[in-house]
Design a protein around this ligand. Structure first.
Ligand SMILES: C[S@@+](CC[C@H](N)C(=O)[O-])C[C@H]1O[C@@H](n2cnc3c(N)ncnc32)[C@H](O)[C@@H]1O
Length: 269
């Protein structure tokens, strides 16, 4: 996800945290799903563990966070240590994080709730999504559900953007200036977007460290998600266009799909 040197990764992970921790509109949604499902939760692509506290507050008996970024898992460890509730859950063995790829998570444990929140966009495309869905299905207990949460069509960038200023903020002694540009391409399976970001760390003495990063995002359409889930032998239980459970339409900012293992049919296993 992050380009550049390892120390740059830690800085970018810290910035990622600052940006993502501002997202709170889904907290009640995940707390409620943890309450509704009860039992163990696996947060696939957990990042720095932004959702851990709401899952615990919802009564999750165990939380396993998996992510491919060591820098973000290090941030998750800091988050757990800084929150007394998360810290004591960790001591009791109720929270664990592990490095892994969501396209093939292997553990003997089974979960009543699996999350792919904000993760599908980071996968290469349909083939990777089917692998992630199949792997997630195998992690579910018989009554378990997988929630796939991604940007809805109303949140997709409507056109290419030239290099533009996103934000400026203070980080300790430094001023941080973030610029980005994007180019987009409509494909049959959704929207592909290439982002390039330039993060300038402006020191107190005026010197600048510039951290370039590039990533490619994929925003699948709802029809692509449903078809790929079916390939992975998952069936749709519910679809929402927001964390307030509004129906999905062209203006929806989110596309949230609740999936269960398909019942019956040839080749079930
Ligand atoms: C936008 S963040 C979402 C983090 C978290 N789920 C949340 O909602 O705050 C996407 C995360 O997916 C992780 N990720 C992307 N592709 C992955 C893969 N193939 N395996 C494991 N983690 C992956 C990234 O490292 C990043 O932490």
């Amino acid at each position: 996800m992050f380009a550049g040197q390892l120390s740059d990764e830690a800085t970018l992970a810290e910035l990622y945290d600052i940006e993502h921790d501002e997202i709170t509109e889904d907290v009640a949604f995940y707390r409620e799903w943890a309450r509704r499902q009860g039992g163990a939760v696996i947060d696939l692509g957990c990042g720095s563990g932004r959702l851990f506290r709401s899952l615990l507050d919802g009564g999750a008996t165990r939380i396993v966070g998996v992510d491919g970024s060591p820098a973000l898992l290090a941030r998750a460890a800091l988050r757990i240590a800084a929150d007394p509730m998360l810290a004591s859950a960790r001591v009791a063995g109720h929270i664990e994080t592990m490095a892994g790829d969501v396209r093939g998570v292997v553990t003997a444990e089974r979960f009543t709730l699996a999350l792919l929140a904000g993760v599908i966009a980071h996968l290469d495309g349909p083939e990777a999504a089917v692998r992630a869905f199949s792997s997630s299905r195998q992690l579910l207990s018989p009554d378990g559900v997988l929630i796939v949460d991604t940007l809805g069509p109303g949140g997709w960038p409507p056109h290419d953007l030239p290099l533009s200023l996103d934000w400026q903020r203070r980080m300790g002694e430094r001023r941080v200036v973030r610029r980005s540009q994007l180019s987009r391409k409509v494909t049959p399976e959704g929207l592909r977007v290439d982002y390039e970001t330039l993060t300038d760390l402006v020191e107190a003495d005026g010197t600048i460290t510039r951290l370039p990063a590039g990533f490619r995002l994929w925003y699948p359409s709802i029809s692509a998600i449903v078809a790929l889930a079916a390939e992975a032998r998952l069936e749709v239980e519910a679809v929402f266009g927001s964390h307030d459970l509004e129906p999905l339409d062209e203006r929806s900012e989110r596309c949230i799909v609740v999936l269960r293992g398909a019942t019956g049919g040839p080749g079930m296993g």
